[in-house]
Design a protein around this ligand. Structure first.
Ligand SMILES: Cc1cc2nc3c(=O)[nH]c(=O)nc-3n(C[C@H](O)[C@H](O)[C@H](O)COP(=O)(O)O)c2cc1C
Length: 352
């Protein structure tokens, strides 16, 4: 798969920020565009994959979350709804009703992957079984598992994954962590890339904190076969990031990001806002993903309509200040040109 890429850059799948347009734009440069499909029901997932196939003959990636069906405790849900009530009032929302579904069905989405056989598929939040990986490979898909620790990388290797996406703690958005508690799973991109590359005989994709050409060159020097960039595409023309989110990125103060589980019930990195600060004290009581995620959905949409960042998920990684604007294709080509310049300069400087 990597030999088919002219540019070893993966535009990271980003739920809430990426759809078919950015995937097409990036894949057509010779890098790899990724569709974040975890929020899509089966028919919309099929349609998005068909739309990508209509506009590019190059490889592209489809990503979903590995999720079990949620059966939350009703008392926990009521308590979560009470916590959110003042926030809903602030944005003029009516009293909350329990959503019809907590998340899209993983089983249905997996079936769509088998049916449509995208060239590359990737997974986060959990690990597939060996028969599931074999079924995807049998359809010709290249399978990437996301790992935030060496143990998680070993788990993906054991079920037959083709490559590991090593997600350092710098990364924006949700942590893919699925084995140990998050506090024991905060490994930096450098340490994680090197540890996995040294221990496992699988290609490693570095993700987390890589937002310019020097970062790309650094990850390749560590032995990564490719890099996965999320935050670096959030300001792209094709990004779906809404206006207050973009503003928060463009005006981010120094060291602006924090991990929180207040917004979705799963730890994720974003620019700190009022909601994150207010919920900090009760963070451990919040129902796990996808329940809290579903409960805050209308609130986040109302915040975006009000052009307010206070209750949004302002997902972004630690190198948010390096994010740049422009067409996704230009961003991709510029990153790669800069990376090559850095590698050339370093080779000249250190091998002279
Ligand atoms: C807004 C946002 C949404 C994300 N959504 C997903 C997702 O749906 N699936 C996934 O595997 N990773 C997701 N990620 C992680 C990215 O694909 C990528 O690995 C990460 O952003 C790399 O770190 P960086 O943000 O420092 O570049 C998301 C990241 C961000 C910033």
């Amino acid at each position: 798969m990597f030999d088919r890429l002219e540019i070893p850059i993966i535009q990271g799948p980003m739920l809430g920020a990426t759809a078919a347009a950015i995937v097409i734009a990036v894949s057509n440069t010779g890098a790899l565009g990724s569709l974040a499909a975890s929020s899509l029901p089966a028919d919309r997932m099929r349609a998005a994959i068909a739309a990508i196939r209509a506009e590019t003959t190059r490889p592209f990636l489809v990503n979903i979350f590995v999720l079990e069906p949620a059966h939350p405790d009703p008392a926990e849900v009521r308590a979560a709804m009470q916590r959110l009530a003042p926030w809903r009032e602030r944005y003029g929302l009516p009293a909350q009703s329990i959503p019809n579904a907590w998340a899209e069905s993983f089983a249905d989405q997996f079936d769509v992957l088998i049916e449509t056989a995208p060239p590359v598929v990737s997974f986060t939040f959990g690990c597939l079984s060996a028969p599931q990986v074999a079924a995807l490979k049998g359809r010709g898909s290249y399978v990437i598992g996301t790992a935030t620790t060496l143990a998680e990388a070993r788990a993906w290797a054991a079920v037959g994954a083709d490559a590991i996406c090593a997600q350092g703690f710098e990364a924006g958005g949700h942590r893919g962590t699925f084995l140990a508690p998050v506090r024991q799973s905060l490994v930096g991109t450098i340490a994680l890339t090197r540890s996995i590359a040294a221990e496992l005989d699988l290609p490693v994709i570095s993700a987390g904190g890589i937002t310019d050409g020097a970062g790309v060159a650094a990850a390749l020097a560590l032995g990564a076969r490719a890099v996965q960039i999320g935050t670096g595409y959030l300001l792209a023309d094709e990004s779906l990031a809404n206006a207050p989110w973009r503003r928060a990125i463009e005006t981010a103060p120094d060291d602006a990001t924090q991990l929180t589980r207040a917004i979705s019930g799963r730890y994720a990195r974003g620019i700190e806002n009022e909601f994150m600060r207010e919920m900090r004290a009760v963070e451990d009581d919040i129902p796990a993903y996808p329940v809290q995620n579903a409960l805050t959905q209308e609130l986040r949409a109302a915040g975006a309509r009000a052009n307010s960042p206070d209750a949004l998920s302002l997902w972004a990684g630690q190198s948010v200040k390096l994010a740049r604007k422009g067409k996704a294709a230009d961003i991709t080509r510029d990153l790669w040109r800069e990376a090559r310049e850095v590698m050339k300069r370093n080779a000249e400087r250190w091998t002279a």
